[in-house]
Design a protein. Structure first.
Length: 140
């Protein structure tokens, strides 16, 4: 049953990414181009994601999922080295390629070879992050 609900949630998420234009690299780069040909339509996508998520965090507080397990804990509010380095790398990849992990995976079925190359590079980056994090000196 959990797999069925997981499949439905993933399909709904992927369809939402496609319909909203998040899998269209030119639309995403247009959103990021504030001083050029700016496309503000993705602001509605962000608002459509942030508002329901804020409500969901409030509803989930102190509850358990119906299908077992537990809800993830809210993220740590402390700003640290991992957050800063991760944000810079995420933003650079998003700006250069016009994709972030969710839309990249959602676009594999139709996006062509460059999308596959992006996902391969993303996976290599995730694998490399573990030894790099161990190599970085600890934050003070």
């Amino acid at each position: 049953m959990r797999n069925l609900f997981g499949f439905i949630a993933g399909a709904l998420f992927g369809a939402g990414l496609f319909i909203s234009g998040m899998t269209d690299t030119t639309k995403v780069q247009g959103w990021l181009d504030l001083f050029g040909d700016w496309d503000p339509t993705l602001a509605f996508v962000m608002g459509g994601a942030i508002l329901p998520m804020a409500i969901a965090w409030g509803i989930a507080r102190g509850r358990k999922p119906a299908l077992g397990g537990h809800f993830p804990t809210p993220p740590e509010p402390k700003i640290g080295r991992n957050l800063i380095v991760g944000s810079v790398l995420f933003g650079a990849g998003w700006g250069l390629a016009g994709l972030c992990p969710g839309p990249a995976l959602a676009s594999l079925g139709y996006g062509g070879g460059m999308h596959w190359l992006f996902v391969a590079a993303m996976i290599l980056g995730m694998i490399a992050a573990v030894p790099v994090r161990k190599w970085m000196p600890a934050a003070p």
